[in-house]
Write a protein that binds this ligand. Sequence first.
Ligand code: ATP
Length: 478
Amino acid sequence: MGAAGGSNKLRQSAETDSRWRQTDTVRSDSVQSQQINTYRAYAADAHQYSCDQGEDMKIMVVGGGGREHAIIRSLKKNPEITEIYALPGNGGMTGDAVTVDIGAKDIGAQVRFAQGNGIDYAVIAQDDPLALGAVDALREVGIPAFGPDAKAAEIESSKVFSKNLMKKYGIPTAQYEIFEDAGEALEYVKTCRIPIVVKADGLALGKGVTVAMTRAEAENAVRFAMEDRVFGASGERIVIEEYLEGPEVSVLSFTDGKTLVPMVSSMDHKRAKDGDLGPNTGGMGTVAPNPYYTEEIAQECMDRIFMPTVEAMNAEGRPFKGCLYFGLMLTKDGPKVIEYNCRFGDPETQVVLPLLKSDLFTIMKATTEGTLDRTEVVFSDGAACCVVMASEGYPVAYEKGYEISMDDDVRELVYVAGARYDDGVLSTSGGRVLGVTAVAQDLRSAVAGAYENVKKVSFGNAYFRKDIGARALKALEG
Ligand code: ATP
């Protein structure tokens, strides 16, 4: 099976109206030119950067997990960037970024920090600050930021919005009903086809979705969300949707609201245990590219899902700029959207960005400035694998505070998600502790390499799946 690897062959633009482009460029130029004029010429620091001269850029990245660590590592390759701040970041980023104790949801403090520290560009990597309007707030004070504004971020923060968007614009997705009343939802569950999927409308840390294999499970899921209010306001409304079957594919893309460039595809492993058993987690590992995602399917997705989504958001007056993530299911009736995310996925980013050959910062700026059609976005033809090392017991109950050690030769291949750094000691502080990656010419070597690298990292109570990539390798064998 020939997977669609690097994405350059697939690049499409919604641009048909020159007025659109011009307005956009003028607006972003006026923000950018003030910024650019203030940058000092910079003689590159010999220890990290190879360029002789660049510009002294200060970047802030909002978020604190493995995804943000991978973004920071990628940004660091740009010789113009001299300082990166992570808000709040985590202890494992020491050496890559300055961590700042400001929470990802504290938009006011983020804006004050950016203004007070001469931040030239912000990357909002996490969903909540995007939904809360971090990009809007920074833009208001003249600081450009990567990511959608709050109106466009609703494509992730409200499943009711995204399902209605897909229905209105004919984008393939599971059939669904929306409920605001628990009684009505429970009545519907009595007669609907089983299995069925129950989804809380709002953000719920990836826990708001129940794939119910029995009617009782579906009823419990409705009660959990609407009566017990386990997800707070996120469960005020729910979506009950048709159960779909087929391989899942994640496709992240860059878009400036006109042009969309898909990144290399990937495959997540959400369940805690080998064989895709156990509870759902934030993700236990990823591989890229996803062997199910052939060139043919990629083209179909571009024509029927990706560009229609960009156009639909424009038509709704919510142009999307940043990273638009498509969670897809390849059903027997063709690819369908399971979910949109308005930002990079975690841990997909940890396999996708290591395969990016072009400069991430240049691409990010192009999404903000509306110049993606003129920007190089090239991925390597290779493959990558990330194995997440978690604390035993995750996602239910687990101990933390164990010292983490790793060999020097894997340090740059480890993206830390849940760790503290105190008095020179790195120790575990979360469920998903870190992701160990490998990049290779082919998927088999990448998977083997990642597991070799896992042997070079240790901490007390470590747990990881032993079968990351196994399903993808089986699919490759046909
Ligand atoms: P995430 O943690 O990815 O943000 P989420 O809470 O937004 O998750 P979804 O991605 O919508 O939830 O669903 C989570 C998982 O549930 C999917 O990856 C998929 O495996 C399964 N799922 C969701 N919708 C369906 C469906 N209609 N049919 C079958 N399985 C589904």
